[in-house]
Design a protein around this ligand. Sequence first.
Ligand SMILES: Cc1cc2nc3c(=O)[nH]c(=O)nc-3n(C[C@H](O)[C@H](O)[C@H](O)COP(=O)(O)OP(=O)(O)OC[C@H]3O[C@@H](n4cnc5c(N)ncnc54)[C@H](O)[C@@H]3O)c2cc1C
Length: 264
Amino acid sequence: MSDQFEAVLTRSRCLSASTMDFRFRRVGGGAVPFEPGQFFRFTFEDQRGSFERSYSLCNFTDAAGSDMDLVISTVEGGRASELLFKSELGLKTQVNGPYGRLIIPKALPKRLFLVATSVGIAPFLPMLSVLKNRSQNVILFFGVRDRSEFLYQQELLALNWPELTLVVCYSRTVNDLESYEREGYVTAHIQSFAPNPDTDHFLICGNPNMIDDCYGQLKADGFGARQVVREKYLFATQEKPIQKPVLTDAQKALIAAKLKKHSP
Ligand SMILES: Cc1cc2nc3c(=O)[nH]c(=O)nc-3n(C[C@H](O)[C@H](O)[C@H](O)COP(=O)(O)OP(=O)(O)OC[C@H]3O[C@@H](n4cnc5c(N)ncnc54)[C@H](O)[C@@H]3O)c2cc1C
């Protein structure tokens, strides 16, 4: 069930040259209902009028129930980027959601692979405490350009959880690699874990090309769409409209009749 409500910007922080995180708080203070991994649609207003953009919640460390944390990378000439990266606290937005199938599977697999590039890490952050509490075996791949773009580095490195393997992949040359660091795209390193379609499950998020490459490799290993759930961070112009349930006249008449029957 999706909900609609107003939220206000209460915090913004610069994380890297091209990335900021933003905290919106639900007006009225009610809890924001979502499953870790889901996204919301935000309606903003600028001089040209109102427009919508989708963002995953990255509530991770200190977010309260009515908070919605977003991590956003700036896009040159982007309408939301222009607005948000110059915004002041108090900015208002209408929020709609939650949406999305990129969630922790009900039946946990032997190994859960979380694969992200850049801000595609967002939906995985709220999953981590849940997975830690279940002592789930997790392999978290995080692809970024270089160390300056290793978002939430301190928090991710501080995760104290024996069943977690963190692999950070840099697409640019980086010196003196630590044991969790690799050079190259994430797709170049997944095979070293010998993915097994009988026991493993993948959640992949971020750059659409990376997702297609990963899925192509996994299909060749025998994986199908159910074991590889993907969330592409498409531009608004590429997104399919979200289907809101529409009632037929017959359904409306049935509901009206039932309400009439049960009204005092
Ligand atoms: C489910 C989902 C979740 C998302 N979550 C996040 C998130 O957590 N963090 C995040 O940073 N982003 C996320 N995104 C992407 C986000 O919704 C916006 O698309 C992004 O922030 C860019 O918006 P913008 O208004 O700044 O840019 P836009 O104004 O949409 O476009 C920016 C630039 O790209 C160009 N452009 C527009 N469409 C295309 C196209 N089809 N091909 C090539 N160029 C194009 C435009 O000309 C413009 O110059 C998510 C997307 C989806 C679908």
